[in-house]
Ligand binder design. Sequence first.
Ligand code: DX5
Ligand code: ZN
Length: 213
Amino acid sequence: MLVSPSILSADFGHLARDVEAICEGGCDLVHVDVMDGHFVPNLTIGPVVVEAVAKAATKPLDIHLMVENNNFFVDLFAPLKPEYISFHLESEKHPHRMIQKIRSLGIRPSIVLNPNTLPEELEFLIEDLDMVLLMSVNPGFGGQKFIPSVIEKAKRLKTLIEKRNPKCLIEVDGGVNDKNVKELKAAGVDVVVAGSFVYKHPEGINTAISALK
Ligand code: DX5
Ligand code: ZN
């Protein structure tokens, strides 16, 4: 299982230290939650702070946009050369065009689905994606409870992926811990995002990342 810890649960007063800690702890990606206060009822960080994250990180960035204007935010973050940019299907009028734009900037495109969005919505987009991010909480906040229906959704998505684009990864984000990670793996999930489980683990970050892997 690949692990992408969410820095939303880091101590923002010691952000560089907390980014270095997950990279040294063996994470595969660094998950950055960008919220605009419109698409979701929370506001997080912009390119100035993410640039500091990119400097501290020795692992590639996995940027999760929770914004209304994807075009504007993709342009803001592209110069930081993230590995992935994920945008919400629910916030984009022209998802196919947005995928092409992200790829043309040398970044791997990924689409995020809210808990109620059907995986079959991706039937005519899946061949152009490198990853699909399934939300297992409602986007906006860390520390929420895992929504178990994501397991069935991951299985259905896996069937579509195997048929149309076997290289496409499945990532799950929200309420992930050492218990539900086993079911996620069995459902075909490749990458898990974890914020509070990693940063608030009583035995520390390294133990948390190893437990998920
Ligand atoms: C929620 C974010 C998540 C969140 C995960 O909108 O996309 O990345 O920070 O945090 P936990 O693991 O605490 O649910
Ligand atoms: Zn996220």
